[in-house]
Design a protein around this ligand. Sequence first.
Ligand SMILES: Cc1cc2nc3c(=O)[nH]c(=O)nc-3n(C[C@H](O)[C@H](O)[C@H](O)COP(=O)(O)OP(=O)(O)OC[C@H]3O[C@@H](n4cnc5c(N)ncnc54)[C@H](O)[C@@H]3O)c2cc1C
Length: 473
Amino acid sequence: MRKVKVAIIGAGTSGLSARSIVAKSTDDYVVIDDGKLGTTCARVGCMPSKVFIQVANDYHRRGVFKAIGISGGNNLSIDSRLVMRHVRKLRDRFVESVFADMDSWKESHLLRKRATFIDKNTLDLGDEQIEAERIIIATGSRPIIPTDWQKYKDYFIDTNTFFELESLPQTMAVIGLGVIGVELGQAINRLGTKVIGIARRRSIGGISDPDLIDYAIEKLSDEMELNFNGVQELSLSDGRLVVKTSNQKYTVDKALVSVGRKPNIDGMGLEDIGLEFDKNGIPAFNSDTFQIEGSSIFIAGDVNGIRPVLHECADEGNIAGYNAVASSLNKYKRRTWLGITFADPNFASVGMTYEDLQKNKSEFVTGHASFEGQGRAIVMLQEIGLLKLYGCKKSKKLLGAELFAPSGEHLAHLIAWVIAQELTVQEILHLPFYHPVVEEGLRTALRDLAAKLGEKKSLLELALCCEHPTNNC
Ligand SMILES: Cc1cc2nc3c(=O)[nH]c(=O)nc-3n(C[C@H](O)[C@H](O)[C@H](O)COP(=O)(O)OP(=O)(O)OC[C@H]3O[C@@H](n4cnc5c(N)ncnc54)[C@H](O)[C@@H]3O)c2cc1C
């Protein structure tokens, strides 16, 4: 039996991040992966979806050309075969860059096999067994297709198959309007496919603030049909898929099923090696060290289900990798939460979300700003958007935000960074805001929040020099 110090199961972002840390202190490791290499992010996730969305938004922009004096917009057309080819071309480039990073690996470091557990330190790879002092599970997640829908699978597309489409169908149901459903659904619709977005409750784009959800639904309904009554029944008619909700029946060519993702933890034999499991079926682990309790196994990335976004998966891989070779475990502080949905305008949630604050029974007030009538949004002809900021009544600090706003991806970063600095709302207002920029909308929301926090409005909105003694030298 081969013995190694560290075995990493999964060569996705999390597993590769773990490996990069492990490899700094030992050569005695293996990475095990029997699937397609190149990472979910580059192959079927973040990157190809952003290429697709970019094309859709570029094409959609033609809608304003006439009004601003650019003629010929109506003559533009889409060849979805070429669009999909373009998406795959850039996708391949992103995947290649992952492979390039793996070029320096020794052959013995990568095992193209499926791993199951025999005991807490031993893995079965089919034709061999590996005994490892430490094991990192970084097996990611996969799209869910409900079992009773399986018989219609020929009509379904998920994110594993979407980017392989030769061309786009004429009509499509997008079932599930979370992050992936909204991002892809809007883009598919903008590229000329008639999309019906279906969800089982009034929820959209990964946000939780009810006013913002209502606002976003109202605005997105202007460009595509949305139905929040859930799928009740599926059937076939004349070779097409019939999707029935409680109030409507839609006949479509295909359905993009984006109802969530399932951790790749089943079938790994973990139930039989004496671990405790949480209510979601994930082995109980410490979310500061990523160690599975009572074992020398770590679990990082999408598979643990806590923060299934790329930069967090990389962090978790790094932490697990560090701890897998360390003599004692380090606990790491997580970054301020930042989640972005690349719809147009972008959705984002930052820091503590509305739902978090409600759950924690936090004492907070809300500041808001509309981007309808906001200077730069008018210039860009993107006068849609609402920003909600949540501030702590007691400390007067900014706790979190949710938004559906133009350039929301950038606003969300700024907000995350000031939350991470634990600044009060007044201190944030002392920072510079250029003109005319979308960030001025953020300042409007901060001013509203400051007023609601009962902050006395300073006449100049500037700090006095004496408040910063070091600046006086
Ligand atoms: C359409 C889409 C768009 C997205 N967009 C964004 C975005 O814009 N921004 C963002 O931050 N995040 C985005 N994400 C999420 C992001 O892609 C994931 O959070 C991240 O890629 C997960 O990385 P991972 O390492 O956990 O898993 P993966 O990259 O999926 O790696 C898991 C690996 O484990 C292997 N494996 C599984 N089981 C076994 C086994 N038993 N034995 C051996 N190997 C095994 C698999 O083959 C795979 O290679 C998106 C995801 C999707 C699907």
